[in-house]
Design a protein around this ligand. Structure first.
Ligand SMILES: [Fe+2]
Length: 367
């Protein structure tokens, strides 16, 4: 067997099994996204040219399996063959980094004192962060970005039945799996109330509260990144912020907006951020995305409001300066975001090419 699938590699990494991931892509591809802990050896051109010495200079640690990686899993096959010819146990990652987009890992968020569990489900291959909240026999999911089976399996491990599924907003950088998860689990699908989508859902408004045994989730409407953007506050101390507020930045207000609309959204964002900053400073913020590959370290990506208050200088600027700064710091727009939004407004997934549509690093934040 010379190829290995994403699920096996991600499981090995999550279990801490010894494996060397060898990334043979050109450096400009690697800087966009990579597999955490992988080593880099740019042998791409030499391998494409079938140079038998392409990997002669690579240093591989010890007698452990090697997984070779390229963009789509073709050149890495040549690499695995060459290593096998040297007597090394080598595999090529099937589908390459494109398939790796769907790889994920989990971190438990420590929750003091409550009989509630919070798991951050991290799509390491793309930077999307989703959440599974469980207590007694019930679970809630926020911003599902992976195959519904991932959440169903995790929930069943703990004896939970998923009863409610939430999105913080209509996403532009990944295809939401919330509608599909709600259908598969029989859960209620909650979305912010703005009438953007063309399928049935239960509208959630500012101040609405969902009370479950030991879990109380309160919606805070925080327009800005999008006008429907909504944060969810669990038990008054854990805040799921979607793309409104990140540990090191704030949400961009310009996707699917002309300049004037972006200004209106930026102004709304200013007020929303100050609404969040008025919460107790030890409130733990759990964001909807990260712009870096997520390590298999079990450490949640999170920060308290106090830490963010110190880290993100822009939020202290007077309103006019904030508006100016935000428009100057906009990152490049993500590829395909219009099509992604269209699918999310329809609540559909394309029949094929999901990872093509979702290609590219996450670019929802301004830091
Ligand atoms: Fe977003």
């Amino acid at each position: 067997m010379i190829t290995i699938d994403v699920e096996t590699v991600r499981t090995w990494l999550e279990e801490g099994r010894p494996v060397t991931v060898l990334d043979i892509r050109p450096i400009h591809e690697r800087v966009e996204w990579s597999i955490p802990g992988s080593i880099h050896f740019d042998a791409y051109d030499a391998l494409k040219a079938n140079d038998p010495q392409a990997l002669a200079g690579v240093e591989l640690p010890g007698d452990i399996p090697v997984v070779t990686v390229c963009a789509a899993g073709r050149t890495s096959l040549i690499a695995a063959q060459q290593l096998q010819a040297r007597g090394i146990q080598a595999f090529s990652l099937d589908g390459g980094m494109k398939a790796w987009s769907l790889a994920w890992n989990v971190a438990e968020v420590p929750v003091a004192g409550d009989a509630v569990y919070v798991f951050q489900v991290r799509r390491t291959g793309k930077g999307c962060l989703s959440y599974l909240l469980g207590a007694q026999d019930e679970a809630l999911v926020i911003d599902a970005s992976l195959d519904p089976q991932v959440y169903l399996d995790l929930a069943s491990l703990y004896g939970w039945h998923i009863t409610s599924v939430f999105d913080t907003h209509i996403h532009a950088d990944h295809l939401s799996r919330s509608r599909q998860l709600a259908e598969r689990s029989g859960a209620t699908l909650f979305l912010p109330e703005k009438p953007r989508v063309s399928f049935p859902f239960t509208a959630i408004r500012d101040g609405d509260t969902l009370a479950k045994p030991t879990m109380m989730l309160t919606a805070l409407h925080t327009p800005g990144h999008t006008m429907e953007s909504t944060c969810y506050l669990l038990n008054n101390h854990i805040l799921f912020t979607g793309d409104t507020l990140f540990p090191t930045g704030i949400g961009r207000p310009d996707l699917e907006a002309d300049e004037q609309q972006a200004q209106v959204r930026a102004s709304a964002l200013y007020h929303s951020l100050h609404k969040l900053l008025a919460l107790p400073s030890d409130t733990l913020v759990l964001p909807g995305h990260t712009s870096m590959p997520v390590p298999f370290d079990g450490i949640p990506i999170a920060a308290t409001l106090a830490e963010i208050d110190e880290e993100v200088g822009m939020i202290h600027a007077p309103r006019e300066a904030f508006l100016q700064q935000i428009m100057m710091r906009l990152p490049p727009t993500p590829p395909n975001y219009r099509q992604v939004v269209t699918f999310n407004e329809m609540g559909l997934l394309p029949e094929s090419g999901v990872t093509d549509l979702e290609a590219g690093a996450n670019r929802c934040a301004i830091s």
